[in-house]
Design a protein around this ligand. Structure first.
Ligand code: PLP
Ligand code: MN
Length: 380
């Protein structure tokens, strides 16, 4: 009998090969666009004296986080406790968990992480504070706590001064906890279509945040950090005079949803993230089938679109099955697309990245790097 225990598929991409030879589906990254996006957000924050703490849930890759730190990021945000581990293990020493959590398993992870990194977390209930406070004090670690305030999204976060005051009172009562300021994030306004709408909504959100800051100041409590903001409002948040820190994530990639919005003043990040795909069946007239379906692209924010200009705009992604992508061919086009390569722009980058093991970075059509998506699947 042959030994099958070591049998595995060959690497689907090799450094130095043309990007056109990468085995599809693959998540490919245009490094020129990626570098430009990454640098520009870092410069925007620096110019306004605001800290940049990129959200790592967008890319889930320590290689990308380390690049962001090189360019001046103060640390990263993670959305989940387990997601923070690969970043901590690669030396990202300041991590903010921009989300609520509950349960002994999560508290234990927070305590462990706090032994290695400067950890801050969000709360919106006194019971979260008690559980974390007791554990942190017992373990002799210090965890910074930023109560989350609801500034309009209606998701997590406390509403009202009394609820905030109750949280702060409990935080400062625990030796192992430190009150660090506030998290004030409004996700819904990130994706408003018009630039002017986003500008106004960001202003309203910043005012709601400022009200909480002033309330605490009047009680003699200073906020070191006011963190929030994403790709859609970062350009407004940095000059709000309220936020000390922004936490955008998608800007490194610029997905189809963000790409479809109205941007002004040359600020729009460039599409850098694509799914390389191959047309694998063309049996029906007017239709082609590619190898990227629901297991290769998240469709919650719309179906993927082809990279502008490719194939003369003749192909349109119309439907996603598990492993099939159904493309419509423009009327009158009788060309056989079998074997053609497509570069698809995913509608939503975060859940799409979570479907892949690696980014294949390329420059001028040559594969330059392969980056692990090492926090992939870490949602606990
Ligand atoms: N901060 C929090 C709390 C978020 O939930 C998100 C994304 O949903 C972000 C920041 C980053 O947003 P974006 O990827 O739109 O820049
Ligand atoms: Mn997102």
């Amino acid at each position: 009998m042959k030994d099958v225990s070591a049998l595995k598929p060959p690497p689907f991409a090799r450094i130095g090969d043309p990007v056109s030879s990468v085995s599809t589906p693959a998540l490919v990254l245009d490094l020129d666009a990626f570098d430009a996006n990454t640098q520009r957000m870092a410069e925007l924050a620096r110019r306004h004296g605001v800290a940049l703490r990129p959200h790592a849930k967008a890319h889930k890759s320590t290689a990308i986080a380390l690049r962001q730190l090189e360019l001046g990021a103060v640390g990263v945000c993670c959305q989940k406790m387990s997601e923070a581990y690969p970043f901590a293990a690669k030396g990202v020493l300041s991590i903010h968990i921009s989300n609520e959590f509950v349960g002994a398993d999560k508290v234990a992870m927070a305590i462990e992480l706090a032994n290695y990194v400067r950890l801050s977390v969000c709360v919106d209930h006194v019971a979260q504070v008690e559980a974390l406070g007791l554990a942190a004090t017992q373990a002799g670690v210090s965890i910074t706590v930023l109560p989350e305030v609801d500034i309009g999204q209606g998701r997590c976060g406390v509403k009202g001064n009394d609820a905030l005051a109750a949280l702060v009172d409990r935080i400062v009562a625990h030796k192992g906890l430190r009150f660090g300021g506030l998290q004030a994030y409004h996700g819904g306004i990130q994706h408003l279509a018009s630039w002017e709408q986003r500008r106004q909504a960001a202003e309203t959100a910043a005012q709601a945040t400022a009200q909480y800051v002033q309330f605490l100041a009047a009680r003699g409590i200073a906020c070191d950090v006011i963190t929030g903001g994403g790709t859609g409002t970062a350009e407004f948040d940095v000059s709000s005079g309220v936020y000390t820190e922004i936490q955008p994530g998608s800007y490194v990639f610029m997905d189809g949803d963000y790409g479809s919005k109205d941007w002004q003043g040359g600020w729009k990040p460039a599409h850098s993230l694509f799914i390389a795909s191959t047309v694998m069946s063309t049996g029906k007239p007017g239709m082609a089938v590619c190898d990227v379906g629901l297991k290769g692209v998240a469709v919650d924010s719309g179906l993927p679109v082809l990279r502008p200009g490719d194939h003369g705009g003749q192909l349109q992604y119309k439907a996603a099955n598990d492993e099939h992508g159904i493309l419509q061919i423009a009327a009158g086009d009788t060309r056989d697309y079998l074997g053609e390569r497509l570069f698809l722009i995913p509608g939503h980058c975060d859940p799409t990245a979570n479907l892949y093991q690696q980014y294949v970075g390329y420059r001028r059509d040559v594969v330059e790097c392969i980056w692990e998506i090492d926090a992939r699947g870490l949602s606990q």
